[in-house]
Design a protein around this ligand. Structure first.
Ligand code: CR1
Length: 820
């Protein structure tokens, strides 16, 4: 599986083989005969890094010496996926790698498989950050990704015998990580706790404890840009790792206590997605990386200068706050400027507000972080003072702008009353230069609902940047077959840099020969996934059935329940004889999802899906017609296999709840048709691919709002649709729990009495659209024509385009000049 169109490095395969041999010998100390695939992987990664080194250093020099403002992307998550193939692609060494590894007597796939996937993100938000730094480098824009190198990334998901999710630690760092360079010499001190005292008329923070932040640098190579940016992830270490006195008294565990406490800060990625728990450790993490990153940027641009002119800071770098997680960086920059560099409040405020911008990724009010002021006061007493002052200043500013006192009260950053708390989204909206949502509908709803008061008062701050995905990883690497066909169809591979060129494929949707080739690529991808699913999960998948996929975090608003209820209803139809098994389109329904460990109903939904799968897959009445599989531990690697193999993509959230979605973009670009609601970026995808090529169903945002206002009664829908009733009854009667009628009682009761996300109300419409889908699927030529039209019209959803929009609308900067 070589990539035919990889940009070429001048290095030959034989030379590259020598480089790998050299690394095996001088870095790892093994001969090629002794080497294992994991050794070859590390040696290759080390060799690739060396290839990138000159460009990396040059990019940094040009950034520091030039006048192009850099971008600092502050994000608690970077869900990178495996690095090897991406780094090979972007350094033009792909073909050489396959040949060299063969020459050395290894199987390339085994070498690739030896890399352990870093799971430093929960879902869309973290993967978006990873796509964005790829695009920044590919466009040649100088940038840093700043985040945390979690010792344990997102948990490894397993299922127990009863189909329940079990969370296991993710030991990704217990093997060598050849991509990350630990830069001990560029560490930062991060302080916590203590008190603020008055000294010479100044407020002085006397912290109680500190941790050492050590940067781990990952190179981020651009595709065909010659530029290599930096992803700098911080590791927390103790200053006093080891208490020898205590140890000598034989109190061994106590002796390492300071180490354990400090290192806890970068120990685990919080496994929440869209819901928050107020955890002290989480605030520590946020401050830890925000503080270290801001100090690092000052170091990068001003060196060791004792009195740098930091009024130029916003011309050097602009910081994007990826959701509220890094928002504590706002009072931190104020503190740095005032306390460490002696600026007055107004100057500091001017610098700070010019430096930050904020992206909001949600519409769920519970996902907007709010911290108890008491907790901030305990961990960061000086920051609480600064936040109080920001709030006072804000209240005065508002009083000048509006007479609406209720509105002013609503907008408080620091809430009033006995136990005040700090609203991080409000702090970011006030202090940031720009605030953006991640799809048109989402940005509109932010303005109209979630941050309405702010957009009333500061309309110019608000903008939209629709999300995107990198075509390098999610087309070129994930789908070599389709990539080759596109290149053949377009006569060029330039589409990898300019995805809008896909538009020129559109006429080929009318060319039956091309459509058949496209169908063959899809079929081959299905076979490839079936093989993968067999070896990885021991699933037996039939690639002649429709592959119908729903992959995303398990959340009620995303409505995996809607999908599984439709599957159950179909099953019930067949069991009761209402529908003949031979009359339905044979389908393989594939789920991939992790649930937050404390999210009870989400975990119960996982258990239900697993047990529906057990019953259906073992029932001879539906054998070959309906199958449900749930590959555990869904991650980037599985995504790269599954998305290209999917024919029907499920984006069925309740309208007004999914901020954007990004798997919808990956699916459209890989030639799946989408069944979806008018939510998030679905709206824009449908606009572009055309209403005829998108399966729309369900209530709109306005209809949802009206139904909330009128009072929603899910039981009415249960009574009103016999298929829905049959499905829910089947869950309740123990069919999927060995006769235990209570097993899913909380879920059933939620559906019938609450159903906040209106799964039941959309059920009938969902079934109707599925019937249309089956009809169309019967005409394979027509189906594939529509799939090609989806590919051709989805070029807009490249993360390169998203980054260009950020450059124009938010960051006001661009690529480094290229030398001629
Ligand atoms: C949203 O739920 C969006 C991604 C990236 C998620 C999803 O719709 O595509 O962000 N939000 O913008 C999130 O994870 C914590 O919030």
């Amino acid at each position: 599986m070589t990539e035919l169109t990889a940009p070429k490095s001048s290095v030959t395969a034989a030379q590259f083989a020598d480089e790998i041999r050299n690394e095996l010998k001088y870095t790892q100390g093994v001969t090629p005969e002794q080497a294992k695939p994991a050794d070859v992987y590390v040696a290759t990664a080390t060799a690739v890094r060396k290839h990138l080194m000159d460009s990396w250093m040059k990019t940094q020099q040009d950034m520091i010496n030039g006048n192009t403002k850099a971008v600092g992307y502050l994000s608690a998550e970077f869900l990178m996926g495996k690095q090897l193939r991406n780094a090979l692609l972007n350094s033009g060494l792909t073909d050489q790698f396959y040949a060299a590894v063969k020459e050395l007597g290894f199987d390339a796939q085994e070498v690739i498989d030896a890399e352990y996937e870093p799971g430093l993100g929960n879902g869309g938000l973290g993967r978006l950050a990873a796509c964005f730094i790829d695009s920044l480098a590919s466009l040649g824009v100088p940038a840093f990704g700043y985040g945390i190198q979690y010792r344990y990334g997102i948990f490894r998901q397993e299922f127990d015998e009863d189909g329940r999710q079990v969370e296991r630690p993710d030991y990704w760092l217990t093997n060598e990580d050849p991509w990350g360079h630990i830069d001990y010499a560029r560490d930062q001190r991060v302080n916590f706790g203590g008190e603020v005292v008055e000294e010479d008329g100044k407020r002085v923070w006397k912290p109680a404890w500190a941790v050492r932040a050590i940067p781990v640098d990952y190179m981020v190579p651009g595709y065909e840009s010659g530029r290599v940016n930096t992803l700098r992830l911080w590791q927390a270490r103790a200053y006093d790792e080891f208490d020898l006195l205590t140890f000598n008294k034989s109190e061994y565990l106590d002796a390492v206590k300071p180490q354990v406490e400090a290192e806890n800060i970068s120990k685990i990625l919080y496994p929440e997605d869209s819901t928050e728990v107020g955890k002290e450790l989480r605030l520590e993490q946020q401050y830890f990386f925000a503080s270290a990153s801001l100090h690092d940027a000052i170091r990068v641009f001003y060196g060791d200068a004792e009195k740098p002119d930091l009024t130029t800071f916003p011309d050097k770098i602009t910081f994007q706050l990826n959701d509220t997680h890094p928002v504590i960086g706002i009072p931190e920059l104020m503190r740095i400027l005032i306390d460490e560099y002696g600026y007055d409040w107004d100057t500091a405020w001017d610098i700070t507000t010019k430096t930050f911008n904020y992206t909001c990724h949600t519409l769920l009010p519970e996902a907007l972080e709010v911290w108890p002021a008491s907790l901030i006061g305990k961990l960061l007493p000086r920051h609480l003072e600064i936040i109080e002052k920001i709030n006072d200043q804000f209240m005065h500013e508002l009083a000048d702008r509006t007479d609406d006192e209720a509105k002013i009260e609503r907008m408080r950053i620091l809430t009033a009353g006995e136990n005040p708390s700090v609203r991080m989204a409000y702090l970011a909206s006030y202090a940031g230069s720009h605030v953006n949502g991640v799809a048109e509908l989402h940005s509109q709803l932010l303005k109209d609902v979630t941050l309405r008061d702010f957009s009333d008062i500061y309309p110019a701050k608000f903008t939209n940047v629709t999300n995107g995905v990198t075509p390098r990883r999610f087309m070129k690497l994930a789908n070599p077959g389709l990539s080759a066909l596109i290149t053949e169809g377009l006569g060029t591979d330039k589409w990898l840099e300019d995805l809008e060129l896909l538009k020129n494929l559109e006429p080929l949707a009318g060319d039956d020969e091309f459509v058949k080739k496209f169908a063959k690529v899809k079929y081959d991808n299905k076979v490839r996934f079936a093989d993968f699913a067999k070896s990885e999960y021991d699933f037996d998948l039939d690639p002649t059935t429709m592959f119908d996929t729903m992959i995303k975090r398990l959340h009620e608003y995303k409505r995996q329940a809607l999908k599984i209820l439709e599957v159950i209803a179909t099953y019930a139809d067949i069991k009761s004889g209402k529908v003949k098994a031979e009359d339905i389109t044979p389908r393989t329904v594939i789920f991939g999802a992790k649930a937050a460990p404390g999210y009870y109903l989400a975990k119960m939904t996982i258990q239900l899906i697993n047990n529906v799968s057990k019953v259906i897959n073992n029932d001879p009445d539906v054998m070959g017609k309906l199958k449900v599989v749930f590959p555990w531990n869904y991650n980037i690697r599985v995504a790269q296999m599954l998305i290209p193999a999917t024919e029907l993509d499920e984006q069925i959230s309740q309208a007004g709840k999914e901020a954007s979605g990004t798997s919808n973009m990956k699916f459209a670009l890989n030639g799946a048709l989408t069944v979806g609601t008018l939510d998030g970026a679905n709206v824009e995808i449908r606009e572009r691919v055309g209403a005829d090529n998108f399966f729309l169903f369900g209530m709109t945002v306005d209809e949802v709002e009206k139904m909330y206002a009128d009072g929603y009664d899910p039981a009415k829908y249960y009574e009103g649709d016999p298929r829905l009733k049959a499905a829910i009854d089947m869950v309740a009667d123990g069919t999927f729990s060995n006769g235990d009628k209570d097993a899913y009682a909380p879920l059933v009761s939620d559906w019938l009495t609450k159903d906040w996300f209106m799964t039941l109300a959309d059920f009938t419409a969902y079934h109707e659209i599925q019937s249309q889908i089956e009809t169309l699927y019967g005409d394979q030529l027509e189906w594939n024509r529509k799939a090609i039209i989806n590919v051709a019209n989805s070029g807009y959803f490249s993360s390169d385009r998203s980054i260009e929009d950020y450059l124009d609308r938010v960051w006001m900067t661009g690529p480094l000049p290229t030398e001629k």
